[in-house]
Design a protein around this ligand. Sequence first.
Ligand code: BG6
Length: 462
Amino acid sequence: MTTARSDAFVFFGATGDLAYRQIFPALQALTRQGHLELPVIGVARSGWSLDQFRERARDSLAQHGTVDAATFDRLAARLRYISGDYHDGSTYEQLRRALGSASRPLHYLAIPPGMFEPVTRGLAASSCAAGARVIVEKPFGRDLASAQGLDRTLLARFAEDAIFRIDHYLGKEAVENLLYFRFANTFLEPVWHRGHVANVQFTMAEAFGVQGRGAFYDEVGTIRDVVQNHLLQMLALLTMEPPLDGGPDAIRDEKLRVLRAVRPVAPAEAVRGQFRGYREVAGVRADSQVETFAALRLHVDNARWRGVPFYIRAGKCLPVTCTEVTVELKPPSPAIFDIPGDGQSNYFRFRLSPDVAITIGARTKVPGEPMGGTATALVARCHAGSEMTPYERLLGDALRGDAALFTRGDTIEAAWRVVDPILNDAVPVTPYEPATWGPPSASHLLAAGNRWHDPAPQEVLP
Ligand code: BG6
C-alpha cells in the first residue's frame, strides 16, 4: 500500500447533496489544519460558473458548519469547477488539464453507483486514473451481486489498495473506541464469549423521518442504508477475534473473518416496518413497500459466539435519536442472591450518539438486613463527542493513503451475504406509528427471557 500523499482532490457530484452536507465542511476543516494545500476540483453536470460553485460552498458551510472567513477564502481560492457530462470524454480532458502536474489525485465519487462505470472509464481513458486513489460512498451496491459488479468495475481501473470505500461510522471516535476498549482492557476478554454473554443488541434509532431524501430512501430502505454497513461494521468490531497486531491489515482481516461467520439472516428472523405517513413523503412511491425500520436476529457461528443471539434494530421516526449497543451478561452461576431477570443487572453498554458513554451495569447491595440489591451504572467513559467530523477524519486519512478506517471489498461482500436473503420483499413490510419502537412483531424475534433495551434520550449518570 502506498502512503504517498495525494496531490489533488477531485470530487464528482460536487453540486449534490453529499457535497453540500458533508464534503465542503470537511474541506474547510482540512484547509484550517493545513492538510489541503493542493488543487480542489469539483466536477458536476450543473453547468455552473466557478463563482456559483464557490457560493454553493459558502452556503453549505453556513447550513452545515460555520463559515470561518479566513479559512474559507483559502479554500475558495483553491476551488476549481468542471461542468460536464459524465459520459463525455471532453469532461475528463478538462479534468486532466485542471490537474496540471498532479500525478496522484484522489477522486471522490459522490455520485450514484450507476455512474461508476462511465466515470472510471473516463478517468482511465484520460490518464486521470494513473497513480490515483478513488473514494466511493455507501451503500456499495444493492445486494451481493451488484456489489461484486461494482468491484469488477473499480478493480478494472484501480488496485484494491487504491480504492477507499467509505462507511462514515468507521470515522467516528466512539466506534473506534469499541475496538480500543475491547482490546485495551484485561477484564473484558475473560467474559467476552458465549459462556458469559446472554445476548447483544444494537439499536440505531432516529426520531426523524427521511429528511427530504424521499427519492433516495425509497430506492434503499433501512437494511441497505444502515444495517448492511454501519451496524454490521459495529458488530464486527465487537465480535472479532484479537487481531495479530494493531495494524490496519490485521484488523480488517479479523473483521472479515467474523462477518463470514455470521449466518445469512432467515426471513423468519427479520421484521420490516414502515412508519405511517412515509408514503406521503415527496419522492416516495404511493404503494412503497420499502422499510423505514428493520429488526433482525443474527447468529455468529463460531466457537466464541455460537448460541448467543445478536439483535439489531434500526429505524426512522422512532421515539429517540440514539445509537447504542448493549452486551447483556448472563446471571452469576450459581445464583446465590436473587437477581431480577430484566437484563438491567450485568451488562456493558456502548452509547455512540448523541452522547458518548461506556457504561458497566453492576449490582450493589441496598443498605439494610436483607441481602437485596439495586442496579448501578458505572460510567467508564463519557464525553460530548469528537470535534472532528467523520468525513474530515476519513478524507484526511484517504489523502494520506491510510485505508485503516475504510472497508475492503471482501468485507462488504461478506456483509451483503448476511442481509441478501431479506432484501426487497422477502419479508412483508408492516406499518407502525411514528414515535413508537416499530411494529410490535419485532418482539417476536427475541429469545425467551430477552427484552429490547429501549435507549433513554440521555445516558443517566449515577
Ligand atoms: C447515513 C444514512 O449513512 O447515516 C442516514 O444514510 C442516517 O439515513 C445516517 O440518518 C446516520 O448517521 P449519523 O452519523 O447521524 O448517526
